[in-house]
Design a protein around this ligand. Structure first.
Ligand code: AMP
Ligand code: MG
Length: 400
């Protein structure tokens, strides 16, 4: 059985071989997409010298008194040429009059008719409250780099560069289906030994959380022939990832591994030394120019979702040059049982108290307990060598 880091390394290695497609989207449709081009400023930013404050523009000297000769508001420039005797009323963002090099804030002056005085003890420094043309960025410099994830901060820079449309990486397409004789649709009431197919929903949402597209292929019975047809049809689709759940362990009716092999999927690994989610399978299906990366996840709802957080998400982030999973170091608030040499991803609740990160994990760690998992906001990552982490220990938490 391989270790978590070896397994993740294998997955990343297959992800980076994927050829990323690009597409053009409207800027307003680009939130959370990954930029596929360096965007260059087509003008200086800011495009002209302007005032950072509401106040009076002057030509700096030792004077404390000026004649107000006019006003300029943002977007309503009129041409004035200042001597050191003159001041022009100016609003934030307004283009500066000729010769102006300093803006005195409105709070620091007194106005009498058209005479302006600085208040006593007000210090005036040459150049203050001026935003120089090109100070933020010069024309032709890179404003936003390729592989930037577009958010409210970056989108305004792209807008300032006049980018109505931008090139972004196309989303990966995933298909998800579940297997299990016990499964029924969620609009039916479970009777006897049946169970609603919850997994497909969590994995579907997990792919959406990762900003990728996903198709729901439903679920099938644990019947080798039916599963074969399902896998065949899925591998025929125009997809990048195939994610299945259930039937990948060592049970009598666990057929997925065999079926993948028979359909030409090359196994890269099966079983990883982790908890939960040990029976995870990963393989690659080569098809024409395109590769389909195949994840056979265990059926336990917690296991499959944890697998998606610790294998699929970091691999997609790696492919798209996004920073690795964000981890927060926190103090454990209760003892945890861990006697084995697996890497554990225990569900936890991370919170801040008195400026310190703390994490509790006082609920069921059963891999079947989706209700407990739904309350968690992090996975506490406990390395192979660590035994029975105790209250007060410092642990790493992966936000989920
Ligand atoms: P398996 O990996 O097929 O051995 O399934 C492990 C456990 O997960 C069993 O208790 C199943 O009933 C449960 N399970 C399997 N598939 C699903 C699913 N799609 N949704 C919810 N639970 C499932
Ligand atoms: Mg099963």
């Amino acid at each position: 059985m391989i270790s978590y880091s070896t397994a993740l390394g294998i997955i990343k290695n297959e992800f980076v071989k994927k050829h990323l497609q690009t597409e053009e989207v409207d800027l307003l449709e680009s939130y959370n997409r990954i930029l596929a081009e360096d965007v260059v400023a087509d003008v200086d930013l800011p495009p002209f010298d302007n005032s950072a404050m509401d106040g009076y523009a002057i030509k700096f000297s030792e004077r404390k008194q000026w004649n107000i000769i006019g006003e300029i508001s943002a977007g309503n420039y009129s041409s004035f040429t200042l001597t050191k005797n003159d001041a022009v009323l100016i609003t934030t963002g307004s283009k500066l009059p000729i010769n102006a090099d300093t803006v005195i804030p409105i709070e620091d002056v007194e106005v009498n008719e058209n005479k302006l005085h600085s208040k006593p003890n007000v210090f005036i420094k040459k150049g203050m409250n001026i935003r120089k043309q090109g100070n933020d960025l010069r024309k032709k410099e890179v404003a936003v780099h390729r592989f930037t994830k577009i958010d409210a901060k970056t989108i305004s820079v792209l807008a300032s560069c006049g980018k109505e449309k931008i090139k972004v990486y196309s989303k990966l397409k995933a298909a998800v289906f579940a297997t299990g004789d016990e499964l029924i649709p969620i609009n039916e009431k479970p009777t006897g030994d049946k169970l609603r197919v919850s997994n497909v929903y969590s994995l579907y949402a997990a792919m959406e959380e990762m900003n990728q597209t996903v198709i729901n292929l439903g679920f099938t019975k644990d019947d080798k022939e039916i599963i074969t047809q399902k896998v065949k049809a899925a591998l025929d689709l125009d997809i990048d990832l195939l994610i299945t759940t259930g039937g990948v362990s060592v049970g009598k009716y666990d057929f997925l591994k065999d079926v993948f092999e028979q359909q030409g999927v090359e196994e890269k690994f099966w079983k990883v030394n982790i908890k939960p989610g040990k029976p995870v399978y990963f393989g690659v299906y080569e098809k024409d120019e395109r590769k389909i990366l195949v994840f056979g996840l265990p059926g336990n709802p917690v296991s499959s979702l944890v697998n998606s957080y610790v294998f699929i998400k970091p691999a997609i982030d790696f492919l798209l040059h996004q920073t690795e999973i964000k981890k927060i170091t926190a103090t454990l608030q209760n003892d945890l049982k861990k006697r084995d040499k697996k890497r554990h991803f225990s569900r936890g609740i991370l919170f801040e108290e008195n400026g310190e990160w703390k994490v509790t994990s006082e609920f069921s760690q059963s891999s079947g307990n989706l209700v407990e998992m739904s309350k968690a906001n992090c996975l506490i990552e406990i390395e192979e060598d660590k035994r029975n982490p105790a209250k007060g220990d410092i642990v790493e938490c992966i936000m989920i």
